[in-house]
Design a protein around this ligand. Structure first.
Ligand code: BGC
Length: 381
């Protein structure tokens, strides 16, 4: 009976949140797109003064993976601004992509009195012990963008529809090569993300559900023969790692002028590595290259014709949705979700809110990125 009531409550909330959609409304912040600083010792920002003054203790701990990638800086800035606008104190930390740093940052948030934790994990499988402490202290956890695996301390998950990200990348290649009609064969290579990031498997899965049938039929050919997830994963999503793998692929398969028609890249940091490698080593006709995040460097490449598309995930909207979750939790109610089936973290399905990703390319980037105030025109010059 209790379950039924909860179910009914959840579906009402899902319907309500679907109506609202994932648009941020007026609560947006500026994205200066500034390049990431490597000085991660400067990254901790706890608003101690405010905490002491107000004594209200409505602190939200926000753990971000790194400042090395533009997107996490934007996520962090948006979260901090929107949480503060909603009246919360914010303890935001970036962990230089180092798991033990992230664990100790979360420990400090717990001992510092955080009431809710919002965590974009570095490795989804490494937070079990520290999150058991959070659970013990009755601190709800929202997994932000990346699902935290195998921990029953996770209450909610706020993200973009990760499967749809991959599907849109696959469909882009399908459409541009006219795979439904053309015989090919076309040559393609595949780059996805970090194996410890649960998202990477969704991106890969979404894209491969579109592309794999064409590989099986022979319309698409992967000359490197690197197709399985483990063979195409990129540790830490590192640009340099993608670049050196592409160097090796080109020298073994495309150095003789063989045409490469497309490169599926799950995100912009890997697309950047692939692009750098092609620029240095490949002399044939430029391939289709996909990406994700609309990082400034990649949008510039898109404008110059070096990257074909990127998936735009408006981090302002994700922050808005996450702040709604925080608010609901703080008020003791259920948070708005729109998916209660997809994301099982090993302890059960985590109620999720999935924002909608869209694709950006040369033709629509002005409307999506500049008119919406995400970037200024100058940033993209
Ligand atoms: C995010 C992507 C990002 C990647 C690398 C993923 O979990 O969803 O937007 O490009 O991590 O940071």
């Amino acid at each position: 009976m209790k379950k039924k009531i909860l179910g009914a409550l959840l579906s009402t909330m899902m319907a309500a949140s679907l109506l609202v959609g994932c648009s941020g409304g007026g609560n947006s912040s500026n994205n200066d797109g500034s390049q990431a600083s490597n000085n991660e010792t400067d990254e901790s920002k706890t608003d101690e003064s405010k905490k002491d003054e107000s004594g209200s203790g409505n602190i939200v701990g926000v753990a971000m993976p790194t400042k090395d990638l533009q997107r996490w800086n934007q996520d962090g800035e948006n979260m901090e601004k929107q949480l503060k606008d909603a009246g919360y104190e914010v303890n935001i930390q970036y962990a230089s992509n180092d798991i033990s740093t992230q664990v100790s940052q979360i420990e400090n948030m717990i001992s510092g009195g955080a009431k809710v934790l919002v965590i974009a994990s570095i490795d989804g499988d490494s937070l079990g012990t520290v999150l058991a402490q959070a659970k013990e202290a009755n601190i709800p956890v929202i997994a932000y963008d990346r699902l935290i695996m195998n921990s029953d301390a996770v209450s909610y998950y706020a993200t973009f529809d990760n499967y749809m990200v991959g599907k849109k990348q696959g469909e882009y290649i399908e459409e541009k090569l006219d795979l439904k009609n053309a015989k090919g064969p076309f040559n393609i290579e595949i780059f996805t993300g970090d194996p410890g990031d649960n998202n990477a498997r969704f991106f890969y899965g979404g894209a491969m559900d579109i592309l794999k049938p064409y590989i099986d039929k022979g319309t698409l050919v992967v000359k490197s023969k690197q197709v399985d997830f483990d063979n195409v994963a990129t540790a830490n999503w590192a640009t340099e790692t993608a670049q050196s793998r592409m160097d090796a692929i080109i020298s073994s398969n495309y150095a003789d002028g063989t045409k490469l028609d497309a490169v599926l890249c799950s995100n912009d940091s890997t697309a950047l590595g692939v692009t750098n490698s092609l620029e240095a080593n490949y002399t044939g006709e430029w391939p289709i290259i996909t990406g994700q995040d609309c990082d400034v460097a990649n949008v510039k490449n898109m404008i110059e014709g070096k990257q074909s598309m990127s998936i735009f995930k408006d981090t302002r909207d994700l922050a808005t949705q996450t702040v709604k979750m925080v608010d609901a939790i703080m008020k003791g109610s259920e948070a708005p979700v729109n998916d209660t089936t997809t994301y099982d973290n090993g302890t059960g399905v985590i109620p999720s809110y999935l924002c909608e990703p869209v694709f950006a390319d040369k033709d629509n980037y002005k409307k999506l990125l500049i008119d919406s105030g995400y970037y200024t025109e100058d940033q993209l010059k």
